[in-house]
Structure formats: C-alpha cells, structure tokens
Design a protein around this ligand. Structure first.
Ligand code: CA
Length: 256
C-alpha cells in the first residue's frame, strides 16, 4: 500500500478534503504540498472572499484559515460561513504579535488555532484531531422571554429585531442567558467572559450598561437587573411585571 492509500484508509477509507485560505503564497504552497503528501485533497485560495466562496460551493472536512487576509479578514470569513450554516471545523492561523489573539478566534467560533510560525507536524496532528471529532454538534438557541440567542449563527433577536452586539457583549449575554433567572456575581462573570487578568469589576458594569442599551432600553424593558450587593440577573420580559424580586429597589446600581 502506498503512503497516500495508507493515509486514506487510516482516516476511514474516505478522501479528506482540506481548504487552505492563506495569502502568503509560499506558506500556502508548502502547506498544500505537505498535506497532499499526507494523503489529503487540498484546495488553496489566497483571499477571504474566495475562502467564503469555496467553503460555500464545496464540502470540506476541515479548513485552515489565516486571520490577516486582504479584503476580508479571517474573522469575517468565519462569521460569514457560520452564518451560512457551514460547520466545517476551522483551524485559525494567528500571528504572535497580531491584532487578534486566540481568545477572539474561539469567541468567533473557530475550533482550534495555531500561532505562526508552527511546525508542519503539529498542523497535521491538529487537523487529524479535528477531522476525527467531525463537525461539532451546534448548540441550540437560547430563549429568555422574547430574547433569542443563536450560538451557532451568533445572532441575537428580540421581537424579531436583529440586535448587533460586539464579540464581548455576545459572550456576556450568552453567559447571562445560560443563567437566566439566577443571580450571577461580577466575579463569576469576569471568570467566564473575560481572561483572568484582563478585566476588572468595573468593566463588567460598563458592559452590563452596553447590553441594557441594546436589549432593554429600545423595548422599554428592564430584564437585565442589578441585584444589590450580589450581581446581576436576567429575567424573561414576560415575567417581569409579576416578579416580586423585580421590584424597583433591586434595580439600584451596585455600590450606589
Ligand atoms: Ca496573512
């Protein structure tokens, strides 16, 4: 059995198709040659728009996506293909001193990342791991009253309006919605939504304010409540009127 056939049978007897989206042509070509040598079927494109097109037109088992790309960056490519319900596992290539980091990559739905420069052996090992895992099962929508968050499409709607959130606001709202009806402390929020050393409790307050302006204020609602001395609680809008805990006193800002 030759190498290619051996690799194919190792992966379950089917051809494994890989999409590379990388504008550094030398790097793209060396990855392509190496992966073909490993028995993969490889397509290469050099910009983001072509990446979205290829990912939409063809079916890949895994995609390697560079972040800094001309025209449309890797994050926008990822958002765009996920919005089209394409769940091909994506490994992102990040630069060490880049504008973005791996946290952003995961926030935006990448399945893995590699920091440049990386070894080819590591790339192959990560690709195989992703292929074995297959396209991840996408989480279901989360609903709290009329607020609906779709983790897979990364969209939030209320009463049918699409609400635009930043990546951080989206992560914060996801955490609050998963804990809807319960009080979550600022420290819990920091631990779950921010990296260990990058946030302070003030930043949580600021972001809670941003979220209120987007999910509550335009609808005349107060579902994102401050629970004095304890933290925050997201309530369904339909229940707010009857809720004893939703009495005005509990809306006071912490520390005020
Ligand atoms: Ca690049």
């Amino acid at each position: 059995m030759n190498t290619v056939a051996a690799r194919i049978s190792e992966l379950g007897g089917t051809l494994v198709r890989v999409l590379i989206v990388e504008d550094e042509k030398g790097l793209a070509e060396s990855m392509r040659r190496g992966l073909v040598g490993e028995g993969f079927v490889v397509d290469v494109v050099h910009d983001g728009v072509s990446g979205v097109w290829a990912a939409s037109e063809f079916s890949y088992d895994v995609a390697i996506l560079d972040i800094m790309l001309p025209g449309m960056n890797g994050y926008d490519v990822l958002k765009d293909i996920r919005a089209r319900s394409i769940w091909t596992p994506v490994i992102m290539l990040t630069a060490k001193d880049g504008e973005y980091d791996q946290t952003d990559a995961f926030d935006l739905g990448a399945d893995d990342y590699l920091t440049k420069p990386f070894s080819f052996k590591v790339l192959v090992a990560r690709l195989r791991a992703l292929i074995r895992r297959g396209a991840p099962e996408r989480p279901n929508k989360i609903t709290v009253g009329t607020l609906i968050l779709d983790p897979a499409r990364r969209t939030v709607t209320r009463r049918g309006d699409l609400i635009k959130l930043t990546a951080r606001e989206f992560s914060l709202l996801t955490f609050l919605m998963r804990n809807a009806g319960s009080v979550v402390g600022k420290f819990d929020i920091l631990n779950n939504v921010w990296d260990a050393y990058e946030g302070s409790e003030n930043v949580v307050e600021v972001y809670i304010g941003y979220l209120r302006k987007k999910i509550d204020t335009p609808y005349g609602l107060r579902t994102l409540n401050t629970v004095r001395g304890m933290g925050y609680r997201l309530d369904p809008d339909t229940d707010v009127a009857e809720s004893v805990e939703g009495a005005p006193g509990s809306f006071d800002k912490l520390g005020s």
